[in-house]
Design a protein around this ligand. Structure first.
Ligand SMILES: C[S@@+](CC[C@H](N)C(=O)[O-])C[C@H]1O[C@@H](n2cnc3c(N)ncnc32)[C@H](O)[C@@H]1O
Length: 412
């Protein structure tokens, strides 16, 4: 099937099963029982005065190690080093260490505890408050190899000296907004513009800070095909595994977005949180993020605080004629409860079935590839018609894109 447009049998079918690793978060594959008996777990030392190594319970240890492995596969040798180190050495001697160790087992994967832990430390580095820790972090220190003892000593010193800062960070769920996904999404926007033949009325759900609302202000270099302002602060040049795509002009009539917990690009604390979840050895990602934040600030990008199901229902009711309405999302579907997925799918499909040629409806999404959870795919439906097409496979963080025939125009 590689290299061919993949057609799914039914209309707008699944975006794929829950995978092992989506968006870099590892999830529980199945219920893992803690091997230690309850009494032994309860007896786990909590004293500040007795330094012990290897205090992380069995489940937490696995969580940290598996997340480290996933980060390594997604291009972060530093995280692949830091998280197993924490799994082996974290103790309850500090308030922060204790907060991590006391995290309820049943919430650990769901809450992405290991990413919160690493995010808290990275936020501290980025805040400039802990130069000693920054000394041991990329870009100053080597990501892959290095002196683990010195790194851990700096982490321990930070946990002792900045417990309040770290503890406060730990309380909030992870938030990301990956602009590199725009390179895959834009293949779908190109498709909607070409086939719909009308200006786009864009509706993004699960938009986070709304950075990809400004996808038309980014510069793309896709296998030699260029698109967008050459002087953009965000330049996307993923490894392109195919012939260059056919990129034409796209007219955007309007663009709106929602998120359950939107981030405000004007709030420095929220932006520090977003930056902290970029892995420390991925500096080009961080630079891209900073560029996208500046563009969003200059354009006064806003994201409505709303549940996607309610928001799409209302937005579809007032969608304009003579426009192609484009609903889009990236790495968002998995966060919805099953009933919300069904409600959203049904709202989109019912509207699509009623769509006429003067007001087409497109559904463009970059979500896990159903046959391989280590890959994402770009799925597109365009009504009237509504067949599900897969235009590309791609990396979750946009590092590479493999266009399928249709995205390059070869099958037209
Ligand atoms: C992994 S982030 C992806 C953000 C962005 N789409 C990207 O690709 O960078 C998932 C986003 O979905 C949002 N989200 C989760 N459930 C939602 C819901 N029911 N309605 C709207 N947004 C939701 C989260 O708040 C979060 O910002």
């Amino acid at each position: 099937m590689e290299g061919k447009p993949v057609r799914l049998r039914s209309k707008a079918r699944s975006n794929g099963p829950r995978g092992r690793c989506q968006d870099g978060y590892v999830r529980r594959r199945k219920k893992i029982r803690c091997r230690l008996p309850r009494a032994a777990r309860q007896a786990r030392p909590r004293s500040r005065t007795i330094p012990l190594e290897g205090n992380l319970g069995e489940l937490a240890r696995r969580h940290f190690e598996r997340q480290g492995e996933a980060c390594g596969r997604l291009g972060s040798p530093f995280m692949a080093r830091l998280l197993p180190l924490a799994a082996a050495r974290l103790t309850p001697e500090t308030d922060f260490g204790r907060a991590v160790l006391d995290w309820p087992d049943e919430r650990m994967f769901e809450d992405a505890l290991s990413l919160r832990f690493a995010g808290a430390l990275h936020a501290l580095v980025l805040s400039g408050r802990a130069p000693e820790l920054a000394e041991r972090y990329p870009p100053r220190a080597a990501a892959e190899a290095g002196d683990d003892d010195a790194l851990w000593a700096a982490v321990e010193a930070a946990m002792t000296g900045y417990g309040d800062f770290l503890g406060e960070f730990l309380r909030h769920p992870p938030q990301t907004n990956e602009t590199a996904r725009a390179a895959a999404l834009m293949l779908g926007f190109q498709d909607a513009a070409r086939r719909g033949g009308r200006p786009l009325h864009m509706l993004e759900i699960g938009a986070s800070a709304g950075l990809n609302q400004n996808w038309d202000r980014f510069r793309y270099d896709l296998g030699g095909a260029g698109w967008g302002p050459a002087d953009s602060a965000v330049r996307l040049a993923p490894e392109w595994r195919g012939p260059p795509p056919d990129l034409g002009p796209v007219e955007i009539a309007a663009s709106f977005a929602c998120d359950l917990r939107p981030l405000d690009v004007r709030d420095p604390a929220q932006m520090l949180r977003l930056r902290a979840y970029v892995w420390p050895d991925q500096q080009p990602r961080l630079q891209r993020l900073d560029g996208a934040i500046e563009i969003a600030k200059a354009r006064a990008t806003r994201v409505a605080r709303a549940d996607a199901v309610d928001w799409i229902g209302a937005s579809l009711q007032r969608r304009p004629k003579d426009r192609t309405t484009v609903i889009f999302h990236s790495i968002f579907w998995q966060y919805l409860p099953h009933e919300s997925q069904q409600a959203l799918r049904s709202a989109i499909e019912v509207t699509g079935d009623l769509a006429e040629a003067d007001a087409p409806l497109a559904w463009v999404r970059m979500e896990p590839w159903r046959e391989d959870p280590w890959k994402a795919a770009l799925y597109v439906n365009l009504w009237p018609g509504g067949e599900t097409r897969v235009l590309a496979h791609c990396d979750y963080h946009g590092r590479w894109i493999e266009p399928l025939e249709e995205a390059t125009g070869a099958a037209a």
